[in-house]
Design a protein around this ligand. Structure first.
Ligand SMILES: NC(=O)c1ccc[n+]([C@@H]2O[C@H](COP(=O)([O-])OP(=O)(O)OC[C@H]3O[C@@H](n4cnc5c(N)ncnc54)[C@H](O)[C@@H]3O)[C@@H](O)[C@H]2O)c1
Length: 346
């Protein structure tokens, strides 16, 4: 029988239960341990909720595995090979550090850490480790976003002239999302998806100009950013993110990318999510693989470990760089000025 990767999941909230659902469908994985400080989540009497369909679908009720009332116990469990870190962002660094000391592989929910400084330290720890360290920046694996990335890279529609990304929701429930010291506000928690995807497609911008305001987390919960690239990189790139919308709005994410010879428009809520417009042709629905980015990202992590591949340092460096951009956006909002970005992790 093929070997199964033994996984422990820390944090059984929205993302931990999303990951559990995916592991339950993977024959090459065995979940051997779970951890949460909330006993009701640990015994399954309480179930976390997601903000889009398909999230938080995993249940711990049927799991006959070791249960820890704190993630640090799971980290030292000798059976666990991969520690999947799904706790709040303010705790990511300490769990990554502890897991690497115990010589475990780690998958870290996004954002990589609470600050660029912590992210940099995770990169340094990963360089000194033989274990796989992966940041779960799920848009990089989300079919409609991957399709866009490929279209930009292979120039099939000519140069990308502009990209506009939008991510809108009402304020998510829970203590974590109400504490900007922990979650970093919508700027870090929500908008980093688009910042990181823009970094993935176009590299680090030369500068950013952002405007934003405080919201229910106590941090920046609305942000609108212009990512400024030099003239060689022709695209004009903008993203807007907020979780300051009225209760009941739900969640939406979308992008519009305009190329020399085509326009692409993605809207999560539409039946035909990704539409391609080319002058002279009928608008066309782009067929995409089923599934959300979480599934493809977790498969990539598991395959990397089972195939004895090493950490993708490009991905890790870029995930850390995205925190540098986020902090520049924060400074831009504070000083109402264009903020140059000099730093880059290699
Ligand atoms: N990839 C995505 O699209 C996406 C979406 C939402 C959240 N996230 C990220 O996932 C992470 C978790 O978010 P969430 O919405 O699941 O949060 P959550 O608050 O729903 O869940 C976190 C869980 O961790 C538990 N916990 C706290 N301290 C612990 C400890 N010491 N040991 C064990 N368990 C502990 C909490 O009790 C809670 O149940 C955050 O970093 C967030 O930014 C990613």
């Amino acid at each position: 029988m093929a070997r199964k990767l033994k996984v422990g999941v820390i944090g059984l909230g929205m993302m931990g239960t999303t990951h559990l659902d995916i592991y339950a469908q993977m024959s090459e994985v065995e979940v051997v341990a779970i951890a949460d400080t909330n006993p009701d989540l640990l015994d399954g009497s309480l179930q976390a909720k997601g903000n889009i369909e398909g999230q938080a679908a995993g249940s711990v009720k049927a799991l006959n595995v070791k249960k820890y009332s704190d993630g640090m116990g799971l980290v030292s469990d000798p059976k666990v090979e991969l520690v999947d870190i799904c706790v709040g962002t303010h705790l990511h660094f300490s769990f990554v550090e502890a897991a690497l000391i115990q010589e475990k592989h780690v998958l870290i929910e996004k954002p990589l850490a609470r600050s660029a400084e912590q992210a940099r330290r995770i990169v340094e720890l990963a360089k000194c480790s033989t274990k796989v360290v992966m940041s779960a920046m799920c848009l990089r694996y989300w079919p409609a976003w991957l399709w866009l990335k490929k279209a930009i890279d292979d120039n099939r529609f000519g140069a990308c002239l502009s990209l506009n990304c939008r991510r809108h929701t009402s304020h998510p429930p829970g203590d974590f999302y109400s504490n900007s010291e922990q979650c970093g506000g919508a700027l870090l928690d929500l908008h980093i998806h688009d910042t990181d995807f823009i970094n993935f497609c176009f590299g680090m911008p030369q500068a950013v100009f952002s405007q934003g305001h405080l919201g229910p987390s106590g941090g920046i919960d609305y942000v609108s950013t212009q990512y400024i690239y030099n003239q060689a990189q022709r695209a004009i790139v903008h993203a807007e993110g907020t979780w300051d919308l009225q209760e009941g709005y739900g969640f939406s994410m979308s992008y519009t990318a305009n190329f020399e010879n085509a326009t692409l428009n993605y809207v999560l809520a539409d039946e035909e999510t990704l539409m391609l417009f080319v002058a002279g042709d009928e608008p066309k629905n782009v067929e995409l693989p089923d599934g959300m980015g979480y599934e493809f990202e977790i498969r990539e992590c598991v395959d990397t470990i089972l195939e004895n591949r090493s950490t993708d340092m490009n991905l890790l460096n870029q995930a850390a760089d995205s925190l540098v951009i986020i902090e520049a956006e924060q400074a831009s909002i504070k000083y109402c000025s264009v903020v140059p970005i000099k730093e880059r992790l290699d």
